[in-house]
Design a protein around this ligand. Structure first.
Ligand SMILES: Nc1ncnc2c1ncn2[C@@H]1O[C@H](COP(=O)(O)OP(=O)(O)OP(=O)(O)O)[C@@H](O)[C@H]1O
Length: 422
């Protein structure tokens, strides 16, 4: 039995689902990492030509299936602005649960993460979807920042989460989000990807996605050893039916990789003069073209610590977000928050990010306020902290009485989620 004061014995493990704007993570509670990490995108082919269909049929496509080129396949983000999100949300959950984890949702309780700003309508809709469409036996929903805080072993902290499209500074106190003190901006790793993409276009770099050519590599081997540099030939594949969304997605995958492997946050404020002589870095595009990146490797990520992001009014750096959020909190807890700044999200993974954050934040605070950042070195912990927090929580013996059971759902409806989950 689940919830309602009855303890749930651990015969079956709970499933933790963390659906981000960029990636969806899913896996078993109690494990260290999610078993499944898939892009939060759905592929659709409208008005398909049956002669062109492969064995997987028409649509929708999710998970790894969206990576494969298909004529007319349109890719949409699960949380894209406008339109109905519910179908896409259901599809991504179905992919993660049934196709990737390959389990029967009727047999497992589910813990989901949700954005830190309380949104009654969305959580009620999620609750309905999980009970109605997936027939799960029990459910719980927790704010993302609370889970990241738990992942670091803390029930009180200031969580700075910089993901793909948004950056949040969220104070968590005794396991609750202090709603009035949240600071959020629509900037994130994809803002940096956009700036780099525009920069590369302005330099005349032609980024050719993998599906537009066949590459054959020839190596000369003598005595078991490769001689000289391998030679390769490219054969163009015309793709007149590519959907612009798939083209954009594929190009961005490449630009994202360039960014993640070559960009760094500098120790001090970037200036053209002091960074005029930084060594350039070379990146090989999938078609073999070399791209040289000079001081833009530092100039572009500097945007995260400045007020220069076009169209983002009021943003003046992630350090300022942390400061503003803590300043909106009660005096009594500020010291504790400064001493427990949890840094998470893929966009915080640039080399030098945490050192710079520490420096800028220390400059903002008064001398007697000690700033301590909690930023796991491991990329996995930083990128999956909400999921990891969910995994810890859902496997605690003391948590098992918290689940909202199917029986409770049938009796009270989805609105009960407001009472069961803070
Ligand atoms: N090593 C890295 N260096 C720099 N950026 C990285 C690195 N790894 C991932 N990123 C960036 O982090 C972003 C994705 O972050 P994350 O996985 O936290 O997003 P998400 O949780 O799906 O999205 P959101 O938090 O907006 O819902 C992408 O823009 C990606 O390029």
């Amino acid at each position: 039995m689940y919830g309602g004061g009855n303890y749930y014995a651990d015969e079956v493990s709970g499933i933790v689902l963390d659906i981000g704007c960029h990636l969806t993570r899913a896996g078993y509670a109690g494990e260290d990492t999610p078993k499944v990490v898939i892009p939060s995108y759905i592929g659709m082919i409208e008005n398909p030509d049956p002669n062109q269909m492969d064995v997987e049929g028409i649509a929708p496509f999710a998970g790894e299936k969206i990576m494969k080129y298909r004529d007319f396949m349109k890719l949409e983000q699960v949380f894209a602005e406008g339109g109905d999100k519910s179908e896409k949300l259901e599809e991504i959950c179905r992919e993660a649960i049934e196709n990737e984890l390959k389990l029967n949702p009727r047999e497992h309780p589910f813990l989901l993460s949700e954005p830190s700003i309380h949104d009654r309508e969305s959580r009620v809709a999620l609750t309905e979807m999980m009970f109605e469409k997936f027939q799960i036996p029990a459910f719980y929903i927790v704010k993302s920042a609370v889970l990241s805080s738990f992942a670091s072993g803390r029930s009180t902290s200031l969580v700075l989460d910089s993901g793909a499209y948004t950056t949040w500074a969220v104070p968590v106190h005794d396991g609750y989000v202090l709603q009035k003190s949240i600071v959020k901006f629509n900037i994130g790793g994809e803002t940096i990807t956009d700036v780099l993409l525009n920069h590369l276009v302005s330099l005349g770099v032609n980024i050719r996605p993998h599906y537009t050519f066949n590459k054959t590599v020839k190596c000369f081997v003598e005595g078991g050893e490769v001689q000289g540099n391998p030679e390769f030939t490219l054969e163009d594949i015309p793709r007149p039916n590519v959907d612009p969304s798939y083209q954009d997605f594929s190009i961005r995958e490449i630009v994202r990789d360039i960014k993640e492997t070559t960009f760094k946050v500098s120790d001090n404020t970037f200036s053209e003069t002091s960074f005029a002589n930084v060594p350039s870095s070379s990146y090989e595009l999938p078609d073999g073209t070399q791209v040289q990146l000079g001081n833009e490797r530092y100039r572009i990520p500097e945007l995260l610590f400045s007020s220069g992001i076009e169209g983002v009014i009021g943003f003046s750096g992630v350090h300022q977000m942390v400061y503003d959020s803590i300043t909106r909190c009660d005096m009594d807890i500020r010291r504790e928050l400064y001493g427990n700044v949890v840094v998470t999200g893929g966009n915080s993974l640039f080399g030098g990010f945490t050192d710079r954050l520490h420096k800028k934040l220390t400059e903002l605070t008064t001398q007697n306020m000690k700033v301590k950042l909690i930023a796991p070195q491991s990329t996995i912990e930083r990128r999956f902290s909400s999921w990891i927090g969910g995994s810890i929580l859902a496997s605690l013996g003391s948590f098992q009485q918290m689940w909202m059971s199917k029986q409770e759902y049938d009796e009270h409806g989805a609105i009960l989620i407001e009472r069961k989950c803070p």
